[in-house]
Design a binder for this molecule. Structure first.
Ligand code: ADP
Length: 263
């Protein structure tokens, strides 16, 4: 209820207007929305738990398969012909590939908001990542340059995943030797916008959205290794930090992966 008094010259009220609004429906809707948000958060938590437990529990039987196949090879080695050796090698390769998928799915499931946000020095973070990637960088004689990177509020483990995946992809999908990668940053009023730019094979326009979904790959495993989970992890990390991720690319020229982190 809103009441507006009319005052005479002495400041005393001689009349008033009252405006009454019926808010029951509005309040009911508000309560319903709150319930739905809570329910969504609960089912999201449950899904994350499920993904974690399933992937974690899959590792045990997988390890058993790998070691029994290897034992089989060891004990029967002199009795196995070329075809049998070939089949065993395929079984081991399949198990190794499944291990990679499980590792990446576990990382994906572990990206959640339960970890605390702290101040992260991105310059320092990138130096450590480049040390970890030094073998890959040296192997393809890549040049990786970067702007002066800021301190942001974030979850260190998740930001490491984000930068590592994007730089790894920039090196993996190379087109020319030596590949060049630049990690740039631009400051806006309320956010930092990072860009990882490469001179690689590029991506056709119709695939630009699809690549951020789980298991979406544009090439066969023979051409480029990978599980198709890397960019999905990047998207989840950026969204947990309240930012956006997108890509601009030109086939046979290169790609720039952008992501924003709110200040
Ligand atoms: P993965 O690298 O394991 O295949 P990602 O989720 O990291 O999975 O990437 C999905 C797909 O997006 C890749 O298979 C590739 O086709 C494309 N892609 C990602 N990064 C780049 C890049 N820098 N240049 C060209 N294509 C890329």
């Amino acid at each position: 209820t809103t009441i507006i008094p009319f005052l005479d010259e002495n400041g005393s009220s001689y009349r008033y207007v009252a405006i009454r609004t019926e808010v029951t429906a509005h309040k009911k809707l508000e309560a319903k929305m709150e319930d739905q948000v809570a329910e969504l958060a609960r089912s999201n938590d449950e899904l994350e738990q499920f993904a974690y437990v399933v992937t974690h529990d899959l590792q045990e039987p997988l390890r058993a398969i790998t070691s029994f196949v290897q034992l089989l090879k060891k004990y029967c080695n002199d009795r196995l012909d070329e075809r049998a050796n070939d089949l065993i090698a395929h079984a081991v390769a399949g198990a190794n590939r499944m291990q990679m998928l499980i590792d990446d799915l576990l990382t994906y499931a572990q990206v959640n908001s339960s970890q605390a946000m702290i101040e992260v020095n991105c310059g320092q973070l990138l130096s450590n990542i480049l040390i970890d990637l030094s073998i890959v960088i040296d192997e393809c004689e890549a040049t990786v340059t970067h702007d002066k990177l800021p301190v942001v509020k974030g979850i260190p483990f998740q930001l490491i995943q984000l930068f590592t995946n994007l730089i790894n992809n920039a090196l993996k999908f190379k087109r020319v030797y030596p590949p060049k990668v630049h990690v740039g940053v631009k400051e806006n009023l309320d956010e930092w916008v990072f860009a990882i730019t490469d001179n690689g094979i590029g991506i056709e326009e119709q695939y630009l959205d699809r690549i951020f979904r789980v298991f979406q790959r544009l090439h066969s495993r023979k051409d480029y290794s990978g599980t198709g989970i890397g960019l999905a992890i990047c998207k989840k990390v950026v969204e947990h930090h309240g930012g956006r991720i997108w890509v601009e690319s030109e086939p046979n020229v290169g790609s720039s992966f952008y992501f924003s982190i709110p200040k």
